[in-house]
Structure formats: C-alpha cells, structure tokens
Design a protein around this ligand. Structure first.
Ligand code: 8Y4
Length: 286
C-alpha cells in the first residue's frame, strides 16, 4: 500500500519524547572557542541561550551542545575544561529551552553531569568506546547516538582508506550496538550515524550518502551531520558560511533515504526542506 509504514520510533529524552514520525532537525550550538563556522560567539551562557531559543523558534526539534572540538586536526580537551565549557550552558538552557538538549561528548563524567543537569540525549562521536562510557550512558538512561569514525579527530583526515566503506561502517555500527546491548543499554535507546567527514574522503562521504539506505536498514533511527562540512565545500568551492543551500541539499537526500535526524547549523531552511521531504514521502491522501 502506498505510504504504509510501521509505528514511528520514539526516543525518551529524559522524559521528553522525540517522535521520529518525520525527519527531525538537531540544531548545532557550538561552544568551543575555535569553532570556525560561528566564530566562537556562543561562549557565554546568555549568548548560548539566545542562539538556542532562536533555533527553537526556527523549528529545531533538539539542540546539540558540544564542548570538545572534533574538527580535523584538533586536540582533545581535558575533562575539567570540557565540564567548564558545557555545564554552564546546559544549566542555562535546561528548563528554558522547550526541546531536548543533546550533549556532544565522549567523556563519561560529562555524560553523567549533563544528564543530571537536564540533558536528554547523548551524542558520542566515539560511539561509547571510551573507558567507562558504556556504563555512564547506561546509568543516564538517555538515548545515545553511536557514530562511526576512522582514527581520531587529530589524525583522521591524514590518509583515510577503506576496502569498502559501506561494509566497514555498517560492521562497526553493528559491533557497537552489540556492545551497548551487552552492557545493558536497550536497543530502543540507540541511534546510528555513519559519521560524515570523520576519517573519510569525498568519495567515501558521497558513497555513504548515496547508499545511506543500507545503514537505515539496520533497523535503528539514523542521524546524519553534513552541515557546512568539506564534502559540501569541496563541491561548491566556498567557505563554511556560504554552504547553506548545499548543506540543505545533503540533508534532503539523507532524509529521502530514511535518515530521521539531521544535525545542522542552518535550522530554518532545513526545517522547511524536511517538511517538503515528509510531504513527498507520506502525503499520499488527496
Ligand atoms: C564546517 C562546519 C566544517 C562543521 C566542519 C564541521 C557530527 C557530530 C560533529 C556528525 C554527529 C562538524 C559533533 C564536526 N559532526 N555528531 N559532531 N554526527 N552525531 N564539522 O556528523 O560539524 S562536529
């Protein structure tokens, strides 16, 4: 039957449901001083709150708060510094922002502190591989995004190589799902992400996008982040601030292939685009 579909997944983001009956938009709130695409303007809690509320008004369904730069070549920050950056922002936003807050971290202590302060979602680009991360994430009871990366942020873009990027990304994500379930995290708390730009060349990124259905068919909700990244910049030959329309195109293609969360800088145009994708996928009445 045209348009027939199963029950939509629902993520319980610390008491706030995130219903994945249509592609949802995660707005990026970057609070690292070196975040080049918004110039580190969101260091103060008030500025962070203003930016977050703006994104909610533009239709963001959740807000991703990150204190550790994962840009290619970047170094790790210590746990104390990351807590110092992230916690004032989570504290200022929780209770004010009417959508779930996602904490972008790989550190168990940050996961626990953020959850205690009201975060509703864990976005871990290391897929809970850090010592103690599986246990910390399980204890929070929050949904977790497991992302694929080859290497570490410092070295990942030096010489990315794959025999078969699709096979390798799916195998990694499958292993991490098994590790999570083995550690007591229920499957229905997991979200998968192929990790665009994380240890991948353009050819790898575009194959993952073209064949994203293969990740979607693993049976868990899929999150993607391509906003303003070099896979878009390489096509356009323009700097991050001039990659909005290209980024929206990438988000549309991913949602068309079944991605249910798109992580973006430019919320309003992406929300509009997702509405059109959703209407195309499911508006089969009259
Ligand atoms: C311009 C702007 C160029 C931003 C590069 C970037 C993802 C993610 C990041 C992702 C998930 C970034 C924290 C990298 N990307 N989390 N985080 N998926 N789940 N770079 O793709 O935005 S940070």
């Amino acid at each position: 039957m045209p348009g027939e579909r199963g029950a939509a997944p629902v993520l319980d983001c610390g008491g706030r449901p995130l219903v994945l009956d249509r592609p949802r938009v995660m707005g990026i709130l970057n609070i690292t001083p070196d975040s080049f695409s918004d110039g580190g303007r969101f260091l103060s809690p008030q500025a962070a709150l203003d930016h977050a509320m703006n994104m909610v008004e533009e239709g963001a369904d959740l807000i991703d708060v990150g204190g550790e730069s994962t840009r290619p070549g970047s170094d790790e920050v210590g746990v104390a510094e990351e807590l110092e950056r992230v916690m004032p922002v989570i504290e200022a936003l929780s209770g004010e922002v009417p959508v779930p807050l996602s904490v972008d971290t790989s550190k168990p202590d940050v996961m626990k502190a953020a959850a205690a302060a009201g975060a509703g979602f864990i976005n871990d680009v290391f897929a809970l591989q850090r010592e103690g991360a599986l246990e910390a994430a399980r204890e929070t009871g929050l949904p977790v995004c497991l992302m694929h990366m080859q290497g570490t942020p410092r070295t990942m873009q030096q010489d990315p190589r794959y025999d078969d990027v699709m096979v390798e990304v799916k195998a990694f994500l499958g292993e991490r799902v098994a590790a999570c379930v083995g550690a007591g995290i229920p499957r229905d708390r997991l979200v998968l992400d192929p990790g665009f730009g994380f240890g991948k060349r353009s050819v790898h990124n575009f194959r993952l996008l073209r064949e994203l259905r293969g990740v979607v068919n693993m049976g868990l909700p899929v999150l993607v982040g391509m906003s303003r990244k070099s896979m878009v910049g390489g096509v356009l030959g323009r700097p991050p601030g001039e990659r909005i329309h290209g980024s929206v195109a990438a988000a549309v293609l991913a949602a068309w292939e079944g991605a249910l969360i798109v992580r973006v800088h430019d919320v309003r145009p992406t929300v509009d685009a997702m509405a059109v994708v959703h209407a195309t996928l499911y508006n089969d009445t009259e």
